[in-house]
Design a protein around this ligand. Structure first.
Ligand SMILES: O=C(O)CCC(=O)C(=O)O
Length: 264
């Protein structure tokens, strides 16, 4: 008799799950069009945090029942949506994401009660710069990062784990509508986009309400279960497909946050 490994077992063994099919190609295209319509009104939306608070499409994707069911398997029945960010590499862009771990600067109380989803809205092939994950690396906890801002590394502080080459990881190519889920200590990176299409992902971070964070004044949206702790202040949900006034406020807050981050 064969025993089936549960998604939870696989996630805590490897530090990630990929690919997870979530949307049809048409649904993924629809959400790409929503993003590109918003870009027509607002300009580039690459790396703007908490975009789900001003725009319906990322909110809808982050709260898909199939997504929350899987997140519940991984971090429990009470779920806060902490952030959502489009991560876009334009066609031919040399931008890359160096080897890193997401939780390096978070200061979480419970590192296992956080998970990150990356949902492809355009082909994320190896050539387009999909993510590569180091299997089992989450089991070692924090690895030392050097900070070297200035070249094409998308990460805010130019943080990077030195001494690893691309062959250290497992490539996680995703078709539009597929997602990966990774643990905050999983070492991962992604390369440049050498294709003729944009590479577009929606990255969404979830935490459990008990998971206090050492830094800052935090906000989040309760998307399943209950919050019996109150560590995260509630935040607005989008009132329309795109709230232009609040989007401009979000841009200003996001820019101020990034400036503070860089001068820490
Ligand atoms: O979009 C990428 O290439 C990297 C994303 C990433 O590092 C993450 O989702 O944690």
């Amino acid at each position: 008799m064969t025993t089936r490994t549960s998604r939870r077992d696989e996630y805590f063994r490897d530090g990630f799950l990929s690919p997870v099919a979530l949307l049809s190609r048409d649904e993924a295209n629809h959400h790409r069009e929503e993003l590109e319509r918003a870009e027509g009104a607002l300009g580039n939306l690459h790396y703007v945090n908490k975009i789900h608070t001003v725009m319906q499409s990322p909110y809808d994707l982050a709260t898909l029942p199939a997504v929350l069911d899987l997140v519940e398997e991984l971090i429990g029945p009470d779920i806060l949506l902490y952030s959502s960010t489009y991560i876009i590499k334009e066609s031919g862009s040399e931008a890359y994401v160096a080897w890193h771990q997401d939780l390096t600067y978070w200061g979480l109380a419970d590192d296992d009660a956080q998970v990150s989803m990356w949902l492809a809205l355009a082909p994320a092939t190896v050539e387009a710069g999909c993510m590569t994950m180091v299997q089992g690396s989450h089991l070692d906890g924090l690895v030392e990062h050097a900070e070297a801002p200035g070249d094409g590394n998308v990460l805010l502080l130019g943080q990077q784990i030195e001494g690893l080459d691309a062959s250290a990881g497992t490539p996680c190519p995703l078709a539009p509508g597929e997602a990966s889920f990774h643990h905050g200590w999983t070492v991962h990176q992604s390369g440049p986009n050498t294709t003729s299409d944009r590479r577009i992902g929606l990255n969404v971070q979830y935490v459990a309400p008990h998971n206090d964070q050492a830094s800052g004044d935090m906000t989040a949206t309760l998307v399943r279960g209950e919050d019996r702790f109150g560590f995260y202040r509630p935040e607005a949900s989008p009132a329309s497909s795109l709230d232009l006034d609040r989007a401009n406020e979000l841009f200003a807050a996001d820019a101020a946050m990034k400036a503070r981050y860089k001068t820490k």
